[in-house]
Design a protein around this ligand. Structure first.
Ligand SMILES: [Zn+2]
Length: 580
């Protein structure tokens, strides 16, 4: 009787044994990034237990013992840093994976290097077929961009189409313009916003098109099937896992169409081949469109654990290097011209009203100060209209403004007041070679003050980080650790001796990690499941090869994940990390 009672007591005292973990990671330096008040912005632990897709316990060696059953897999982390998986709050994964050629034109920062890269591209693409790549740097050319003649000199009469690194300009060979059906008589979709660069006297096309004006040529000449996109995405997923990326917000998908992208991701998810958590969007196709209703339908059709339609993507302006960003003051090299809005106030308000009523957040590209202010004014107005109304409007949606380069200081506190999330690609905040080029357009003092991430955090703004890959002002990358290094150093990765860009706006490693975990999860409405290591949350975890909190900041970007879990599944394990 006594023995039976004792046995019963032992079973009751060890409830963890009733549900042993599938996986225990022990002997780690766990930065939970929870809301605890530890020195690095959260609590510190040494063990994490995972069962199914969830974290069941966070603690120490004793916790690990309690979680361990006969079939539990145990991984000794060797004292390495365990973090919640990084969440990129704005990128274009399908397009990025498709344009990966292995030749990174964005690293060609001189005309000589670009020529060498183009010769490499020609060699990698023998034959007579069309060539498509992206990544060329705007700063290598004048305000009218590169010319067809420059491409023809290397590629002869071949069809060559090269997207700029920022994704807002396309460079065409003469054959591409001719076979694509573009001539001096081709009208610009929207002069000053979406247009072909032309000879001022004759109107002849010079070879560069801005903001999608030449997209009809790309569609006509570059064969792109959904199968090609799916294959490229599958090739890229393991690279993402190795970089510590476990989730991302795709801010504009085409594979080649948005519908194709959803079909591909849905298929991969059903086949069990989707190893990244994909938060997705739908684009705005003009005045007559209803993207909010479409997003609601996409949620109903595809919403699932790993594929989550989340927000409506809007565009308030373009980019300064194309003079398409909408500034609060005229461009320095275009007196009297501050750029133009891409949406009327009425259009923006229609989208915001529909979004608030449906409980859908918007995610708006805004780079110039005027564009950023337009969106803030819109959110303020819709909140005032809806004050006191029941339904989703009551609490307001988590609208985000993406990029945020040239936000006016007066508007910074408004983000906190309105609950608008500031989304930034912080790897651009360096004095890279594009700096002087863009400074000539908008003025150096304004450009130096761009990306005020310190001021935004100090004002209590929720700030998330995402790379915008493959688009870039200069540095095109999907790697979260590159963002963290630049957020801290305000220099290009590893550029120890380079002058920093506005170093007063640097933030700490912990703050940068928060922007890639907890704050990104908040933007996506997923903070109850993601963004920190806590019991009950999803097991999206990364074990890094170095402690970025104590490492030389100039080595952070070289880091990688040795073990990546998404939804409780190991999706990447480095050979360096052995487990019994
Ligand atoms: Zn983007």
């Amino acid at each position: 009787m006594l023995a039976r009672t004792l046995l019963l007591a032992m079973v009751l005292a060890a409830p963890a044994l009733a549900q042993p973990a599938d996986l225990v990671i022990l002997n780690a330096r766990v930065h939970t990034m929870d809301s605890g008040k530890g020195p690095d912005g959260g609590s510190i632990a040494s063990a994490v237990c995972v069962r199914g897709n969830s974290i069941t316990a966070v603690g120490d060696a004793q916790t690990a013992e309690k979680c361990t059953g006969p079939t539990t897999r145990r991984i000794d982390a060797g004292g390495r840093l365990l973090l919640p998986g990084f969440i990129d709050s704005h990128m274009h994964a399908m397009g990025g994976a498709f344009a990966e050629t292995g030749i990174n034109l964005s690293l060609a920062d001189t005309p000589e290097k670009l020529k060498a890269a183009l010769l490499q591209l020609r060699e990698a693409n023998p034959g007579t077929g069309p060539i498509f790549a992206r990544g060329w740097q705007n700063h290598l050319f004048g305000p009218q961009g590169p010319t067809s003649a420059q491409l023809d000199a290397i590629f002869g009469d071949r069809v060559v189409i090269l997207g700029s690194v920022d994704g807002h300009s396309d460079w065409f060979s003469s054959a591409a313009l001719k076979l694509g059906g573009a001539t001096a008589a081709t009208p610009d979709p929207e002069p000053g916003v979406s247009f072909f660069e032309r000879d001022a006297k004759t109107g002849a096309l010079l070879g560069t098109a801005r903001e999608g004006a030449g997209s009809f040529i790309v569609r006509k000449l570059i064969p792109r099937s959904p199968a090609d996109y799916a294959a490229a995405f599958l090739r890229w997923q393991p690279l993402a896992a190795e970089s510590g990326l476990t989730a991302l917000f795709d801010a504009g998908m085409g594979a080649p169409t948005e519908a194709d992208a959803y079909a591909i991701l849905d298929t991969l998810q059903h086949q069990g081949r989707l190893t990244l958590r994909m938060f997705t969007s739908t684009g705005d196709r003009g005045e007559a469109d209803d993207p909010v209703s479409r997003l609601v339908q996409l949620k109903a059709d595809f919403g699932s654990e790993l594929l989550r339609p989340t927000a409506v993507k809007l565009f308030a302006d373009g980019v300064p290097e194309g003079h398409t960003a909408w500034l609060l003051q005229p461009y320095q090299d275009k007196p009297g011209f501050p750029g133009k809005p891409m949406m009327t106030d009425a259009h923006l308000m229609a989208r915001l009203r529909a979004a608030e009523a449906a409980g859908i957040p918007t995610h708006t590209h805004a780079i110039g100060g005027a564009a950023i202010r337009q969106v803030l004014d819109g959110v303020q107005k819709v909140r005032a209209e809806n004050a006191g109304k029941p339904g989703p409007q009551k609490t307001g949606q988590r609208h985000a403004i993406a990029h945020m380069d040239l936000v006016d200081p007066a508007d910074i506190p408004r983000f906190a007041q309105l609950g608008v999330i500031a989304q930034t690609s912080i790897q651009w905040a360096t004095r890279d070679p594009s700096f002087d080029n863009i400074a000539a357009f908008v003025g150096e003092p304004l450009l130096e003050s761009a990306y005020p991430i310190r001021s935004l955090l100090d004002a209590g703004v929720v700030q998330s980080f995402g790379t915008d890959w493959p688009a870039a002002a200069y540095l095109s990358t999907w790697k979260p650790l590159v963002q963290i290094e630049v957020a801290v150093t305000r220099r290009l990765p590893g550029a120890r001796s380079a002058p920093p860009r506005n170093p007063a706006q640097a933030i700490t490693v912990a703050e940068a990690v928060t922007g890639l975990t907890r704050s990104a999860a908040w933007q996506l409405g997923a903070e109850s499941q993601l963004g920190s290591i806590e019991p009950g949350k999803r097991a999206d975890l990364i074990l890094l090869d170095r402690d970025i909190f104590t490492a030389d900041p100039f080595t952070i970007a070289e880091g990688k994940s040795l073990l990546t879990l998404v939804n409780g599944k190991v999706v990447h394990q480095d050979a360096l990390l052995t487990s019994p």
